[in-house]
Design a protein around this ligand. Structure first.
Ligand SMILES: [Mg+2]
Length: 234
């Protein structure tokens, strides 16, 4: 068996707890922009935002809308659900969200211990993310894990998103890794697991909330702490 010299991680929803961080940022901004004057509670706002945001991300990942449309449109549409048509306010929300959310620092349990253990055992660690470069570095740095990684590839540098094989090929090329000595760990079955496997990289699904119990034939972990023993065999 080949030694797994290179371990590639997704960032959002795999190491960096996107939902918790996003919610914390929006709580702060909801208060700051006094949205309670127009919207009954934060919770109803957040529920609508989650639905709208998922739809915008889906369109962005398919190349239907631009990054700028994603950033401003998701808030304009959320506000519209509460009959608020206010371009200045939705623009401000979008702007503040981009400024505030990357500075949140919640990681999934076991992130730091796991990265340390892997690093101490001479594995090279890397990130492959579909997120935007200017925010992904802030997240990594502020949550204290930037220095664990040798390479951080943001798909916008390639021009296409995971699961496009070009992203994984670029990652292998930049790290001088061979696919057979590499592994990719991420929460998105299509983008992370199937994308990696199309390039001959072993894919492991991170499924902390047990959303993929029914999926057979997939290597699946619920906790990052399972990586050293169960996946790498340390
Ligand atoms: Mg992810």
């Amino acid at each position: 068996m080949n030694k797994l010299n290179h371990i590639f991680f997704d960032l959002d929803r795999t190491l960096w707890d996107f939902e918790t961080n996003s919610k914390a940022a929006l709580v702060q901004i909801f208060d700051e922009l006094k949205l309670a004057e127009h919207i009954p509670t934060f919770d109803v706002f957040y529920e609508e935002y989650r639905i709208v945001n998922a739809d915008f991300w889906d369109k962005y990942s398919k190349g239907i809308i631009s990054k700028a449309d994603l950033r401003s449109g998701r808030f304009a549409q959320t506000l519209e659900k509460f009959s608020i048509i206010n371009e200045k306010l939705s623009h401000k929300l979008g702007e503040r969200y981009i400024q505030v959310s990357p500075y949140q620092t919640n990681l999934f349990p076991g992130t730091v211990e796991t990265l340390s253990e892997l690093k101490n055992n001479d594995h090279q660690l890397h990130i492959i993310t579909n997120g935007f470069k200017e925010v992904q570095f802030i997240k990594l740095e502020n949550s204290g894990i930037l220095n664990y990684f040798d390479d951080i590839l943001c798909s916008e540098e390639v021009g296409v998103n995971k699961p496009d094989p070009l992203v994984f090929k670029k990652a292998l090329e930049r790290t001088k890794a061979k696919n057979i000595e590499s592994i990719m760990i991420g929460d998105d079955f299509n983008a992370d697991v199937l994308g990696a496997e199309k390039c001959g990289i072993r894919g492991v699904l991170f499924d902390p909330h047990n959303h993929h119990v029914e999926r057979s034939g997939v290597e699946r972990i619920q906790s990052l702490k399972e990586i050293p023993a169960k996946i790498i065999g340390l």
